[in-house]
Ligand binder design. Structure first.
Ligand code: 6PG
Length: 250
């Protein structure tokens, strides 16, 4: 059984602050216990404000995050070059990486400019090598920070797509017919293996899907976010009050 904690903030700005805090604490805890923090982040638009807070010299986070002990990964990427407007890497670079002392060799991006199967295989190798995995071992990220689409997708695990059935890889290419595109994504068993797994979700556009994912019937083919059931037994949701409007009051 997974215990789900809903942390609802009054505004998107306050939600982003809660996420920056969670990121900073998870990085600090991991660096202190293991000398290294491995964090996988999402793309889309929601994390941008959190990245801005992490990089802001007027905020406490920039000084608190152990940047020299951080390895940064992505949960998914669009199949576009890294300078494309759609690139998750590009958004992160502009909002965060260009402003914080994180060495380039500790930033592990998915290569959206390559053929999807090649990019996925190369990212799986990158993870195997940097985590020093052996045989069939799979990675344990210290924090996996997810977003959720209004169709219930998370990472690039879209409804009714092949990647939902993928149990044996760490990273896969995923064809997304509803967007007529390919994506590269971590697989859901790997996401679930994270020490900490959290969703950051805001806005009225997510109200209904949050209700359906957490209060509706279990139909992961329809709402892939329902596959996220961390092995740690703990799932955290950072929400603004608009997104949380159809969840039961705490
Ligand atoms: C991506 C994501 C994706 C995202 C959701 C929510 O590459 O698009 O990682 O899973 O988190 O689509 O996106 P928004 O934050 O833009 O609503």
């Amino acid at each position: 059984p997974v215990s789900v904690t809903f942390r609802v903030s009054p505004t998107p700005a306050a939600t982003a602050r809660a996420a920056a805090q969670l990121f900073t604490e998870a990085a600090g805890k991991a660096a202190q216990s293991r000398g290294l923090a491995r964090i996988a982040i999402s793309g889309g638009t929601t994390p941008k404000t959190m990245f801005g807070l992490l990089a802001d010299p007027a905020e406490p986070f920039l000084k608190q995050v152990p940047w020299d002990k951080l390895d940064l990964y992505w949960v998914d990427e669009r199949c576009v070059p890294p300078d494309n407007a759609e690139s998750n890497y590009r958004m992160t670079k502009e909002a965060l990486l260009s402003k914080v002392p994180l060495p380039a060799e500790r930033v592990h991006r998915m290569e959206g400019e390559l053929a999807p199967d090649v990019a996925a295989a190369r990212y799986e190798s990158t993870i195997r090598n940097t985590f020093k995995l052996e045989g069939a071992e799979t990675p344990t990220f210290d924090l996996v920070l997810l977003g959720m689409g209004d169709d219930g997708h998370t990472a690039s695990l879209f409804p009714h797509t092949e990647a939902l059935n993928e149990m044996s890889h760490i990273v896969v290419p995923n064809h997304v017919p509803q967007k007529d595109t390919w994506r590269i994504t971590l697989t859901w068993p790997v996401i679930n293996q994270g020490r900490e797994v959290a969703f950051l979700i805001e806005g009225a556009g997510k109200t209904q899907v949050l209700h359906d994912v957490f209060l509706g019937p279990y139909q992961p083919e329809v709402h892939p976010s329902q596959l996220i059931r961390p092995a740690s037994g703990q799932l955290t949701l950072l929400l603004d009050s608009a997104a949380a409007a159809k969840l039961p009051a705490p």
